[in-house]
Design a protein around this ligand. Structure first.
Ligand code: MN9
Length: 292
């Protein structure tokens, strides 16, 4: 389960429905062109929070079929509706996923105890190991050291997708739980997380620069830090351009230029504009130049 995982982008048709052909294209692109180790399906990058449950199921199934057992597969099934969580968990198990992942319950101000109960319930019922998805920037829920202590005590809780800049906490949980899987979730701080001994990373930009993330991780493993720093510099130049233009539509526009078109974002996200296309052309040129 170690390595670089692409947070798979959503691939939709003109009516905003999952597009099986586009899903297959972007999955194969990630495996064959980026050389990634795994896919994280139906996460934030997959526009999870804009999807009805039946579309999530379709995407989980199509992505697994396209990956054909060649890489490690994690299904994000997190949701505030527990019946939906259970159902998606079943879909992920049937489709052959290696693990499930779940975002912290959000919107209502749940107590730490309620949040932990949510995870313990999933972990008790899930036939697949569970990866916690911690992303305080978007959920306003920040798991504490005490939360990790209690949650990591459960043998079916395998690890965490740590999408936060709290490297103090990251270092502490790495040291305390050497057997748990810790994945770095912010691509812009991949190096900082990798030097702390994370098991890998899960990120949206790896759809287009997964090969750089792989190389960065290897450079850290072999102790070639100047190389790792240079790679993080290139990754961050891409992240800067993506964030400035609007990350998801621009990411999709770059994928189209790389030969894996996957439609537009689902509303209420906006349509792809000329500005997105222009930024994508710039990013694509930058990537080509750096790959030479
Ligand atoms: O999967 C991604 N998080 C979100 C993780 O999309 C919310 C990251 O890869 C970020 O997109 C990336 C840019 O901030 O680090």
């Amino acid at each position: 389960m170690n390595g670089i995982f692409s947070a798979l982008v959503g691939a939709f048709d003109a009516a905003n429905r999952p597009d099986p052909e586009a899903i297959r294209r972007v999955v194969r692109h990630n495996i064959e062109k980026m050389g990634i180790d795994g896919l994280y399906v139906c996460g934030s990058t997959g526009e999870n929070f804009l999807l009805p449950p039946e579309y999530k199921k379709t995407i989980l199934k199509e992505a697994a079929a396209a990956a054909n057992g060649e890489v490690t597969m994690i299904a994000h099934i997190g949701c505030n509706v527990l019946e939906e969580v259970d159902e998606l968990c079943g879909t992920a198990a049937d489709a052959g996923y290696d693990a499930v992942s779940a975002v912290t319950p959000y919107y209502y101000k749940f107590s730490a105890e309620e949040i932990r109960a949510y995870y313990l319930r999933i972990a008790d019922r899930s036939p697949l190991p569970l990866i916690i998805y911690n992303i305080p920037l978007l959920t306003s829920v920040a798991l504490s050291r005490e939360d990790f202590r209690i949650l990591f005590d459960h043998k079916n809780i395998a690890g965490v997708k740590f999408t936060a800049q709290d490297f103090y906490l990251l270092e502490r949980i790495r040291g305390l739980y050497p057997d748990k899987l810790i994945y770095s979730g912010f691509d812009e701080t991949l190096l900082s997380a990798a030097v702390l001994g994370t098991n890998g990373a899960i990120g949206s930009t790896y759809n287009i620069i997964g090969n750089w993330a792989k190389a960065l991780f290897k450079a850290v493993e072999t102790g070639t830090l100047p190389m790792a720093r240079a790679l993080q510099g290139n990754i961050n130049s891409v992240v800067d351009m993506l964030l400035a233009a609007g990350i998801y539509p621009t990411l999709k526009a770059v994928l189209a230029l790389q030969g894996a078109p996957c439609g537009e974002c689902r509303p209420p996200m906006g349509k792809t504009t000329d500005a997105h296309q222009m930024a994508a052309a710039q990013i694509d040129a930058f990537i080509r130049m750096a790959n030479r």
